[in-house]
Design a binder for this molecule. Structure first.
Ligand SMILES: [Mg+2]
Length: 251
């Protein structure tokens, strides 16, 4: 690999970078699909569940107004609890099948994942070389590692806190999600650099998504494309550095 140099900060994507893309589709989403009905039945009176129900109802009603065919209106005042629960379940089902990335759905998923991770049913899957590199960067090189992922910060902390390599949160200085901006916008990376208090060039960003790498490069960050089994293939004319194993990245 061509040299990367003089970076103080490592900024990591998760899916396709530290963690197999399949983890989300083979573990996280099925966990929600399998358990959502039981969750909404046994925890219906939990105030947090009610917050997610209200948010999903609001989104569903906006979707109906916007003319989205699969959306069903949910009337929190007129519908019975059973009707609301049934409509919320149907709503979550179609949103997940459509792989919708909407805040209302993410909120409920995040809530459920917390139980899944805390109970030991779910474990964040990490590439061993990524874990080794993260530990070396922090413990040996005294660099700082940050995460930037489209999954919510809460979900990111669960994946690193309950990983198959133990609790890795001590190694992570902070977490960013799309609240800081889209991962394909260079302004997001500038915002992260200024938030960390470093020049963009002092930050090394690693991601499997070339559009994200392009945006980070435009913002002045150093970049490496993560090549992993199961990732979308990278074009032959890709001008960015690539790695298949984090241990080959110069410390
Ligand atoms: Mg990714």
């Amino acid at each position: 690999m061509a040299a990367v140099s003089n970076y103080d900060i490592v900024l990591l994507d998760i899916e396709g970078t530290t963690t197999p893309i399949s983890f989300v589709h083979d573990a996280l989403f099925p966990y929600v699909a399998r358990n959502v009905s039981e969750f909404l039945t046994t925890r219906w009176d939990d105030p947090e569940v009610q917050i997610h129900v209200r948010t999903i109802a609001q989104q569903a009603n906006e979707d109906v107004k916007a003319g989205i065919a699969s959306a069903i209106a949910i009337d929190l005042d007129a519908d019975s609890a059973d009707e609301i629960r049934g409509k919320v379940l149907a709503n979550v089902d179609w949103q997940m099948k459509a792989d919708r990335k909407i805040g209302a759905l993410k909120g409920l998923q995040g809530y459920m994942w917390r139980f899944g991770f805390e109970s030991g049913t779910l474990k964040g899957e990490m590439y061993p070389d990524a874990v080794e590199a993260i530990k070396n960067w922090v413990k040996v090189c005294k660099r700082q590692v940050y995460i930037y992922s489209s999954g919510s910060v809460e979900a990111q902390k669960l994946i690193f806190g309950y990983s198959d390599h133990g609790d890795l949160r001590d190694y992570i200085s902070d977490y960013y999600d799309t609240k800081v901006g889209a991962k394909t916008e260079d302004s997001s990376y500038k915002r992260i650099a200024s938030d960390i208090g470093k020049q963009p060039a002092q930050i090394l960003f690693i991601s499997d998504n070339v559009l994200e790498i392009q945006a980070a490069d435009k913002a002045g960050l150093q970049t490496i494309v993560s090549i992993r089994k199961g990732n979308a293939p990278i074009k032959d004319d890709c001008k960015f550095k690539t790695t298949t194993d984090f241990r080959t990245i110069p410390l």
